[in-house]
Every structure is written in C-alpha cells, then in structure tokens.
Design a protein around this ligand. Structure first.
Ligand code: DP6
Length: 346
C-alpha cells in the first residue's frame, strides 16, 4: 500500500537560544521561539513497501540531501519500526531561497515528521490528535533540535524549566502563560548579510559547549531568562523584551567566540546593522530590536504597530548592508498546515 501525505511547516526564530545538547538530542537548556510564517517548507512524502530514499528539492533530484534524511529515518526508527519496510520519496519546496542562509532544517524536518506521524496513524498507531502533534515534535527534535518547536504556532518552548509548566526536554509545548496580543503578530525581517555555507555548523557549535568554561552559567541564565519573560510577555513590556532578546543573541555569539577553538560567525555588516538598530531605538524611542541565529544574518524584530516606519528604516538604512539589498519580510505565524485539495499552499 502506498501512503502519501503533504504538510507545510514553518521555520522558527529562537528568542532564548538552545545552545548545547546531550544524547539523544536533549537540550542543555530551555529555549523559546517565535514560529514564523512566510519562511516555510512544503513537503510531500510518499511511503511505499520496499527500501530506499529519494529526495526532490524544488522539483529536482537532490541526492546530497539523502544522507540527512537517512540519518533522520534511522534516528526515529526505534519509535517507528514500520519505516524499515517502506521506501520514502520526499518532494520538498522551500518558500525561501535555498542559498539565503536561512536554515531549512527546522521547517523541512518538522514537515517530514508530520508526514511520518500521519503515515503511522494511517497504519493504525494508537495516537490521539494532541499526542500526534507531540509525537511530531519528538521526531522533529531527533532530526534537529530547533525543529521540535516548529510544530506549533506562536511562542513555543522546548526544554524543561520550572517557570513553564508542562515543558519537557523531549518535545516542545506551546507557551502556556498569558501573552500580550502584540506578540502574536510581531514582525521579523531577516537581513541577508551572508548567504554562503556557515564556517562552523550548529551541530559542531553545540558540541563545543560540552567543555565550554562558561557552560553552566549560561544554562542557568537561560532558565532565568525564560522566567523573566513571563511578565514581559504578559504585559507587553517592549523595551525589556528587546533587551533580553538582544542579550540572548549576543550571548550566543559570545559563546562561539569563547569556545575552544573560538570562531566568529558575525560579519562586519552584521555589526553595522546591530549598531544602526540600537542607535535608531535610542534616538527615536521606536521599539525595534534584533536577534541572530547561528550565522551572520540579522533578524530585525518590531511590533506590527510600527511597521511602516520600521520598514522605511529597514529599506533606507539597513538594506545597504545586506548582500545585494536582500531581506525577507516575515512575522509570527500560526504553525503547520496539512496540505490537501481543500487547503492549497499559500
Ligand atoms: C542558534 O537545531 O540547528 O538556532 O540540533 O544540531 O540540528 P541541531 O541544531 P539546531 O541548532 C539551532 C541553534 C540556534 C538556536 C535555536 O534555534 O534555539
């Protein structure tokens, strides 16, 4: 029997960063992210009795992605033994350009995990709907830690921490506390500073946290930040929100710079953009800030209410520091969508 499923799943941007892990893909500290909207992957997975893996990216054969998918299928095999009897064809399309420097692992692996869970349900796995989403988060995590957070919309927490009831190291949960409505439509404009391959992968970066001299302090700080966010998110305290999020981004890069061996992923234009954002916030009082993922691109964060002025600033002042003036306009999204004939891709 051939089983076919299609999901659209988004990327996410962490506000408190996951940095450091232990086997099997368990985080050294809790993290929280905004699920994105425009940056997503649409995946069509076909399972047929037999063996083998084939990957199509944007309609073209992509054999270089096969090892990553094989590793994923191997890692989740203990939970889904049936996969051993099926071949897999993955046909996947990213909404953002492959060369943009935006990691497709969170959106891509969560989309595939959602297809695997649907297939398991079709084969009679005893999962309720809420268990199914949790299972998709567990499987996504086994593929790539940050992917665990992409299976829900809005604010999502991964990693057990005392201030977030229900939080867990094995899967992500929707942020359970009150959130000011402003954060449901927060904007994230990704300034594409460097679009090449990263010099040091996230996976290698996580490994360097094992012997990092500041590791324990950092892990404690992440718990504290999650706890500090509770009133900030509830009350919509914008300036403390931006301060905390920026401190997280700079801490992440500070950890890279103080790893053994040390390395730097920011580029000169990353710093130009950061300084311009801070100067603009100081001189105008506009609530605009930034975060960084494990790369040189800058995510510019601001609430929808200042969109017009913020976008003028992005276009006039920040865009000249990017590669060919490129940036991606995104915002907080509502999470994955199953794609059927009724729900066509956006
Ligand atoms: C800096 O999830 O890409 O984006 O688990 O090894 O696949 P693996 O790493 P990955 O690390 C993401 C790190 C980060 C912070 C975050 O998303 O929380």
């Amino acid at each position: 029997m051939s089983l076919t499923f299609r999901w659209q799943s988004p990327s996410n941007i962490a506000l408190v960063k996951y940095w450091g892990k232990r086997d099997p893909q368990l985080p050294s500290n809790p993290s929280i992210s905004f699920t994105l909207d425009a940056c997503h992957t649409q995946t069509h997975a076909i399972f047929e009795p037999g063996q083998g893996i084939q990957v199509l990216l944007n309609g073209e054969d992509a054999p270089n992605f096969v090892p990553k998918i094989s590793q994923f299928i191997e890692r989740i095999g203990h939970r889904h033994a049936w996969l051993g009897d099926y071949s897999l064809k993955v046909d996947t399309v990213n909404s953002f350009p492959h060369s943009s420097g935006i990691a497709s692992s969170a959106s891509g692996l969560s989309a595939l995990a959602l297809c695997v869970v649907d297939a398991a349900l079709a084969l009679g796995a005893p999962l309720q709907e809420s268990d199914a989403r949790r299972e998709a988060s567990i499987l996504s995590r086994l593929g790539s830690g940050s992917a665990s957070r992409s299976v829900y919309g809005g604010l999502v927490v991964w990693g057990a921490t005392h201030s977030v009831p229900g939080s867990h190291d094995e899967y992500a949960v929707p942020y359970p506390h009150a959130v000011h409505p402003m954060f449901r439509t927060f904007r994230d404009v990704v300034m594409l500073v460097d679009v090449g391959q990263k010099a040091v992968s996230s996976t290698a970066g996580h490994a360097l946290m094992e012997r990092h001299p500041f590791a324990q302090q950092r892990f404690n700080q992440a718990h504290q930040h999650l706890s500090d966010l509770q009133s900030i998110l509830r009350d919509g305290d914008l300036m403390p929100f931006l301060d905390l999020v920026e401190s997280e981004a700079l801490t992440l890069h500070g950890l890279m710079m103080s790893s053994q061996p040390s390395y730097i992923l920011m580029r000169p234009n990353t710093l130009h953009i950061i300084e311009a954002i801070r100067a603009h916030r100081l001189s105008t009082g506009m609530p605009i800030g930034f975060t960084l993922d494990a790369g040189a691109n800058v995510h510019v964060l601001f609430p929808a209410e200042v969109e017009q002025k913020a976008m003028d600033f992005v276009k006039q002042i920040l865009a000249p520091f990017t590669k060919n003036g490129r940036y991606i306009v995104d915002q907080v999204g509502t999470g994955p969508v199953p794609l059927t004939d009724q729900a066509k891709p956006k």
